[in-house]
Design a protein around this ligand. Structure first.
Ligand SMILES: O=C([O-])CC(=O)C(=O)O
Ligand SMILES: [Mg+2]
Length: 226
């Protein structure tokens, strides 16, 4: 396929992004029917990293960050860069300078299925990054790739403009067409969990709250006293 830079993309509805930003990754993932979660090898570079925004996707040649530079020009405030490589790599393709540039263009964070470097500076800047590796290994700017095409990042399909939610638990992708429905389901789960949390804190057991005694019985699990 030829290399392209798509300059105009349809982004998820801003109200849906705002609604989803209230929830953690585990809740959003559950609200989607336990779908959409990127491979857990992606880790945040600092513990309380958090992001919720619209994807600008970047497909790079491994060891080459040319297309990340190209992507900066099409970022809009609220975007999250989602960078993939065409074959596995842990090279440090993104660092402090690109972080400064990304922030200047309004990007809120980076998801990269490869390496990141300058993590002390990126942490000081509080520019959130989820990466497969931390690596000082440098990269070149030489090979064509694409910006804003559908990509697979850490096992998930990401279309430009989809919503990316990241926190310490990982990264989840919400297709823009599903966003409103997922936000409603996430709120319902949050309300349900508030009730369950309360009951657990009072000493009730999950066995009773979830009706699991019947399940144990159906599975012929017996109680014995030694
Ligand atoms: O320049 C690079 O290739 C990556 C980097 O270290 C930076 O963005 O600061
Ligand atoms: Mg650097």
């Amino acid at each position: 396929m030829s290399s392209v830079i798509v300059t105009h993309i349809e982004r998820a509805n801003a109200n849906d992004v705002q609604a989803l930003s209230a929830f953690g990754v585990a809740t959003v993932h559950e609200a989607m029917g336990r779908r959409g979660l990127m491979n857990p090898y992606l880790r945040p570079i600092y513990d309380d990293a958090k992001v919720c925004g619209t994807a600008v996707t970047v497909s790079c040649h491994p060891g080459d960050n040319l297309m990340i530079h190209a992507a900066m020009e099409v970022c809009r405030p609220g975007d999250v860069l989602v960078v993939t490589v065409t074959s596995a790599s842990t090279d440090g393709m993104f660092g402090e300078l690109l972080g400064v540039s990304a922030r200047a263009q309004g990007a809120q964070g980076l998801i990269i299925d490869a390496g990141v470097r300058d993590t002390v500076e990126l942490t000081e800047m509080r520019f959130p990054v989820w990466a497969k590796a931390i690596s000082a290994k440098g990269t070149v700017k030489a090979t064509a790739g694409s910006v804003n095409i559908p990509v697979v990042c850490a096992g998930c399909i990401v279309n430009p403009g989809d919503i990316i939610v990241g926190d310490r638990d990982g990264v989840v992708v919400v297709p823009k067409a599903e966003a409103a429905q997922v936000a409603l389901a996430a709120q319902a789960r949050t309300d349900k969990e508030a009730n369950v949390r309360n009951r657990l804190a009072q000493g009730e057991l999950g066995l009773d709250i979830y009706g699991l005694r019947e399940k144990l019985k159906a599975l012929s699990v017996t109680y014995v006293s030694n």
